[in-house]
Design a protein around this ligand. Structure first.
Ligand SMILES: Nc1nc2c([nH]c(=O)n2[C@H]2C[C@H](O)[C@@H](COP(=O)(O)OP(=O)(O)OP(=O)(O)O)O2)c(=O)[nH]1
Length: 161
């Protein structure tokens, strides 16, 4: 027989819990590790609300996936390249950078290990952009990404601030 108390508490939990947003991962793809000059920025083609905005290629971590594994998969699907991942761009919160919808995004430095990047999915343009404040911020980024761009410049030692 069902325990009514247990059932009630399960129901309560289900009705009041806010489903956690799936974490997002992004790649700050550099032209090289030793003396990077450029970042590969990607312009979204979908959804409509993000169309035309620039971002770090990546996407949502699926259940059971490690963040780095998810990032390699997403970039393989979206750009058709294999990445070598490096350090994380340190966020103010260990769970990552806060996005507009309340999700968190972790961003990792990367270089292309093999392949030539093409906008296969979710993007209509890719651009190797100089790692300078002026050139990077000239792009129309998803607003939540701007502090990450600044942290990237700091981390690679190219901030002019
Ligand atoms: N990939 C990526 N997503 C970002 C960035 N900045 C930012 O706010 N986001 C947001 C946009 C989306 O709401 C969410 C990522 O979703 P996505 O559409 O890229 O994920 P996905 O490829 O796994 O797509 P899907 O499973 O929902 O179809 O995070 C960024 O720099 N890169």
């Amino acid at each position: 027989m069902t325990n009514p108390t247990a059932a009630a508490s399960r129901d309560d939990g289900a009705s009041t819990a806010v489903p956690a947003k799936r974490p997002v991962v992004g790649a700050a793809i550099l032209d090289e590790w030793d003396a990077p000059h450029c970042l590969l920025a990607a312009r979204r083609s979908a959804p409509e609300s993000l169309r035309g905005l620039w971002e770090f290629p990546g996407g949502k971590v699926e259940a059971g996936e490690e963040p780095r594994e998810a990032l390699l998969r997403e970039v393989r699907e979206e750009l058709g390249v294999e990445l070598e991942l490096g350090a994380e761009i340190a966020a103010p919160d260990p769970e990552g950078w806060l996005l507009a919808n309340g999700a968190r995004m972790r961003v990792f430095l990367a270089v292309i290990a093999s392949g030539v990047p093409r906008p296969l999915e979710d993007h209509d343009r890719l651009e190797w952009t100089d790692l300078t404040d002026r050139d990077l911020h000239a792009l129309d980024w998803i607003p939540a990404d701007r502090p990450i761009v600044d942290a990237l410049l700091d981390q690679v030692g190219l901030s002019t601030a």
